[in-house]
Write a protein of this length. Structure first.
Length: 341
């Protein structure tokens, strides 16, 4: 069992655990098996550079002079733009660009690569592919509004009585089934900007009462939030959420200032439902491939007793979630920006 925290001495995010994940009863995930760090070989690094060069060259050959505002000129021996034309339009040296296409070992900055991307008119998917191959962050992050279609909602409904929800990149609850509402409370009745797991963890007393070892679970969530927000640096939605949480919860401020960081994982949970009692669950997360950072989270039973209890969740009257009046006012005044970001 994870040790209880004392003031100024919080329990470690990864507690010592000698059993199997199936025996874990804490509020956060059990420690993962030790991983071996593997350095990329020279061949692998060279392979990524070649893949980047091949991809950029293929897109250059598909880009005609007319597409970038140049006259067609005399008959060309090769399709698309010439290398010197791309270099001129991107404001870079011809030799450097030639070496990029040849997959040579050169220093590639995000800003220079962005200039090439713009000249070649790459779409969002192609652009993301280029920056992944270059192992660089996109300096102009595109923030899209997550969408949940009827087909996804139908899948969630079919998963009942297992609680299931679509969770956005900032832990927004975008859609769910009746079992999830029965488990967590009547969050659909809240303003859209309040339907956020991190917000509810720190502002809803009922959510706190639901979670075994709330402090350890909350600290784990904050550490995951730090890791996720760093991956989306430049997204104004994260800055707004952080500001709201700092204003609403001193506990959040203390946890955030510890600078803990964790990656995303499936979690073992012990929850105390107000009607059904103790529920031993494991979350299973499935990434929605068409939307970055959006995932389907399903709560699955870890024992037969929990499985039988879950059968009653869809018919449970959801717990009403009380939000402090000043918190609700703040949500209406400032949260709508977060929803539409």
């Amino acid at each position: 069992m994870p040790q209880e925290s004392t003031r100024g001495e919080p329990a470690p995010l990864t507690a010592d655990w000698g059993g199997s994940p199936a025996d874990w009863s804490g509020g956060a995930a059990p420690p993962a098996s030790p991983a071996r760090r593997v350095r990329p070989t020279r061949e692998q690094t060279a392979g990524r550079r070649r893949d980047l060069g091949d991809f950029v060259r293929s897109r250059r050959e598909r880009t005609t002079p007319e597409m970038v505002g140049l006259p067609p000129g005399p008959r060309r021996r090769t399709p698309g733009l010439r290398r010197e034309e791309v270099a001129l339009l991107a404001g870079i040296g011809v030799t450097w660009y030639t070496w990029l296409e040849q997959g040579r070992s050169i220093n590639v900055s995000a800003q220079v690569l962005l200039s090439v991307v713009r000249v070649l008119g790459l779409d969002d998917v192609e652009r993301a592919h280029v920056f992944r191959l270059a192992e660089l962050p996109d300096p102009e992050l595109v923030v899209s509004v997550p969408q949940v279609g009827e087909g996804v909602q139908a899948v969630l409904d079919q998963l009942s009585p297992f609680p299931a929800a679509v969770i956005g990149p900032r832990w927004e609850i975008l859609a769910s089934n009746r079992a999830h509402v029965g488990l967590m409370g009547d969050y659909p009745a809240l303003p859209a900007c309040s339907r956020n797991i991190i917000w509810l963890v720190f502002t809803d007393p009922g959510w706190r009462a639901l979670t075994a070892n709330w402090e350890l679970a909350a600290r784990s969530l904050v550490a995951k939030m730090r890791g996720a927000s760093a991956a989306d640096a430049g997204d104004p939605g994260w800055a707004q959420l952080l500001d709201r949480l700092r204003s609403a919860s001193p506990e959040f401020c203390e946890m955030w200032d510890r600078q803990d960081v964790l990656g995303f994982d499936n979690a073992i949970k012990c929850l105390y439902h107000h009607e059904l009692g103790t529920l031993n669950l494991q979350t299973v997360n499935m990434v929605m491939g068409d939307q970055r950072g959006v995932r389907v989270t399903v709560y699955t039973p870890r024992d037969e007793e929990t499985r039988e209890k879950l059968a009653g969740l869809p018919t449970v009257t959801p717990r009403k979630i009380e939000q402090a009046p000043e918190a609700v006012a703040r949500e209406y005044l400032r949260g709508e920006v977060l929803v539409s970001a």
